[in-house]
Design a binder for this molecule. Structure first.
Ligand SMILES: [Zn+2]
Length: 317
């Protein structure tokens, strides 16, 4: 049973926004673009594995979670976590095309594309060992005793494993079922009730990675971020306010609430608080009453009064 289905993270939403709004000649633009593409590929892979898991049937109860971030000794993020009465499994999903080699001196993952281009990545083996270690710490602290396994999952056959790792299990998506079936299932360490409380325990403890605003996280000067309201139809940044509406100079789209998304992006990538002046600058408004009305209706947390009023957005998990 899927307890926490695949969903795009807020971090991904912020990364997309930053890529759209960072000036194209910025020295960090290309690195961020690559980072975004890697994240998009990762998401596609995780979604594929989650939709596969949806169809998996096991002769016992299991709970599957997508994207679980927990705080053990530090914050760590598992792509997919499965818990049962008998075991827990962490899947580290790698949507990486090309010829894959697992190297162990030092630990590294390298891939070669058909064009001959070679890239290296952090070792998923080391990642998994670390996650298993930290999850053990968390389970013990919560009073749960359960064997934890891990596997690197390649969701698509566009990855060709030339050199598999020595110790870590590597699976293609269609091998997941037979892998799970082979895991030991007698003398369950958890009763069904305790399994249910472990599920709640994990959902309670999970927290999202929220390094906002991203400008600060990536040491980017906020002045290098393109301001303006994004058109909800053609994505042009720079809608104009006319009376009660926003109008797009490119596609003539008319919207009453196009500023809502832009305001959220302000907090995700630009700055963690907004004043009336900052609102007018970012949304390209020349009317302070209009800015006031927008800020008051945006469900923000207000501090200070009159001229000193500032607003913050709360990002719940
Ligand atoms: Zn437009």
């Amino acid at each position: 049973m899927i307890v926490k289905p695949y969903a795009q993270t807020l971090y991904m939403e912020a990364l997309i926004s930053l890529n759209k709004r960072l000036k194209k000649n910025h020295p960090k633009y290309l690195t961020l673009r690559e980072d975004l593409n890697r994240n998009i590929a990762g998401d596609i892979g995780e979604e594929a594995v989650m939709s596969f898991l949806q169809k998996v049937k096991l002769p016992y109860k299991f709970f599957a979670f997508h994207n679980i971030s927990l705080f053990g000794e530090s914050l760590f993020q598992m792509d997919i976590l499965i818990i049962t009465q008998y075991y827990a499994v962490i899947f580290e999903v790698k949507n990486i095309q090309g010829e894959i080699e697992f190297k162990s001196h030092p630990y590294q993952l390298s891939r070669t594309l058909s064009t001959g281009v070679r890239n290296s990545f952090d070792s998923p083996e080391i990642q998994l060992q670390e996650y298993i270690y930290q999850l053990n710490v968390i389970f013990s602290a919560g009073g749960f005793s359960l064997p934890i396994y891990g596997a690197v999952v390649f969701p698509f056959t566009s990855s060709y494993i030339k050199t598999p790792p020595y110790e870590t299990t590597v699976l293609f998506r269609n091998e997941i079922k037979s892998y799970l079936r082979k895991l030991k299932t007698h003398d369950p360490p958890l009763s069904l009730e305790v399994l249910d409380s472990l599920k709640k325990f994990i959902l309670n403890k999970t927290t999202n990675y929220k390094p906002f605003p991203l400008a600060q996280h990536f040491a980017i000067n906020p002045d290098d971020i393109i301001k303006g309201v994004e058109c909800t139809i053609c994505n042009l940044v720079g809608m104009k306010k006319v009376a009660r509406h926003w109008i797009c100079p490119k596609c003539r789209n008319i919207s009453t609430n196009a500023h809502t998304k832009t305001l959220k992006e302000y907090f995700l990538i630009y700055k963690d608080s907004i004043s009336n002046t900052e609102c007018r600058q970012f949304l390209n408004l020349n009317n302070m009453y209009e800015a006031n009305r927008i800020l008051k209706n945006a469900n923000l947390i207000k501090t200070g009064k009159y001229k000193d009023a500032k607003y913050k957005m709360e990002f719940i998990k």
